[in-house]
Design a binder for this molecule. Structure first.
Ligand SMILES: [Ca+2]
Length: 135
């Protein structure tokens, strides 16, 4: 999808694809349009990350540049273990880069939500599976 962001009034198709299932040793996910354009309004993306059995995942932001809101109630990235009802590891917005997070098992769930107005460049997040003992 090559939607070019022009201003906050642009309407994006609700069929725009984002999220998905990522299986592997390592991978990179990002908000829709990143890095060429700002993320669209009213996004809802869900990623399911899965490393090899017996591994844990380290999730680290390469870029975080969302609008800032109190309690990250407007545009945010939410990271959980396993799935949408797993333990929440973080909920992030704004542009200060959070520390990396480790999961306790080989699954993680990432959700990106943007509200109806005001947007920013977005985020990219790397995940990496490993079996080394946690330090
Ligand atoms: Ca917004």
């Amino acid at each position: 999808i090559k939607a070019k962001h022009v201003n906050n009034n642009v309407l994006f198709s609700s069929t725009a694809t984002c999220g998905g299932r990522f299986i592997g040793q390592t991978g990179l996910i990002h908000s829709p349009g990143f890095p060429g354009s700002h993320y669209p309004d009213s996004s809802l993306c869900e990623w399911y990350l899965e490393g090899p059995t017996g591994h844990y995942l380290t999730l680290s932001y390469q870029t975080l540049n969302l609008t800032t809101s109190s309690g990250c109630s407007e545009d945010y990235v939410e990271i959980r273990e396993y799935n949408a009802s797993g333990l929440q590891l973080g909920r992030h917005c704004g542009s200060s880069l959070p520390a990396s997070m480790d999961t306790s098992d080989s699954f993680a769930y990432v959700k990106f939500v943007s509200d109806g107005s005001g947007n920013a460049p977005g985020f990219s997040l790397m995940f990496e599976a490993s079996v080394e003992g946690k330090l």
